[in-house]
Design a protein around this ligand. Structure first.
Ligand code: AMP
Length: 230
């Protein structure tokens, strides 16, 4: 068994649902056991800016597959979500990447691991640090030490999706009508916690409180994966 880390992203359709279903589908494969998932994050798109914000998360798995077989599985799951390649770094219903595959370093035509973009991507580093704050690259570099090098704007605009049952659903729905669509949350008042000094690394603690059923389901599923009673 190898411990691998999968990056998940979506900015088309019901993105949270795509991610939720993708994790469940991965877990159904004989050679995969999902052991943990991060929170869901709303993040600024990489590449073309005329597209929706993304919902991102990472999943940690134990797998008996080879890295290339795992890549085939990820493509199957992407295809089951009608993933089409429209433009480079463009919009997609579901994007699945192998971020880490144990401590292996793989450099083949169709697969590079660790994923070469990890060091530039707040939406990968922050969620993975949420699961394991001492996660390190195969060469020993700690992910936490990469935070200062991440694009400040990506960190500033990143929001962890949370929910708050105490709030009135209607108000929350109103505030979050456009969540996951083409919007920025900088001035909306929908940021409920963790307003900070703007220092990189703290920005991602900002939460977007919402009543999305899928967000609740995601957190419940996380609890189940971690073997705790709900
Ligand atoms: P994308 O359009 O960003 O999903 O890129 C898809 C292609 O990237 C796949 O067909 C893979 O062959 C290739 N690729 C290279 N390294 C990786 C990786 N670590 N995880 C997923 N896809 C990868």
């Amino acid at each position: 068994m190898v411990k691998a880390v999968i990056g998940l992203g979506s900015n088309l359709g019901d993105s949270k649902r795509h991610l939720m279903n993708a994790v469940k589908e991965l877990n159904r494969y004989d050679g995969i056991r999902v052991t943990d998932i991060s929170s869901l994050y709303l993040t600024k798109p990489v590449g073309p800016q005329d597209q929706n914000y993304f919902i991102n998360a990472v999943a940690v798995i134990d797998t008996g597959y080879s890295a290339h077989d795992l890549l085939d599985v990820l493509h199957q799951v992407e295809n089951s979500h009608h993933r089409r390649r429209i433009r480079h770094w463009g919009e997609r219903t579901l994007d699945l990447d192998i971020l880490f595959f144990g401590n292996e370093v793989i450099d083949t035509e169709d697969l590079q691991v660790p994923h070469p973009e990890i060091v530039n991507r707040a939406f990968v580093i922050i969620p993975l640090l949420e699961i394991d704050s001492s996660y390190a690259m195969p060469d020993g570099r700690y992910l936490r030490d990469m935070i200062p090098g991440l694009p400040e704007d990506d960190l500033r605009q990143m929001r962890r999706l949370s929910y708050d049952c105490a709030k009135k659903p209607d108000t929350l729905k109103l505030k979050l009508k456009n969540a996951g669509k083409n919007c920025s949350f900088s001035a909306s008042g929908s940021v409920s916690a963790g307003e900070n000094s703007g220092r990189a690394g703290h920005s991602a603690n900002r939460e977007l409180v919402c009543d999305y059923l899928t967000v609740k389901e995601w957190f419940r599923y996380r609890t189940v994966l971690k073997g705790r009673k709900v």
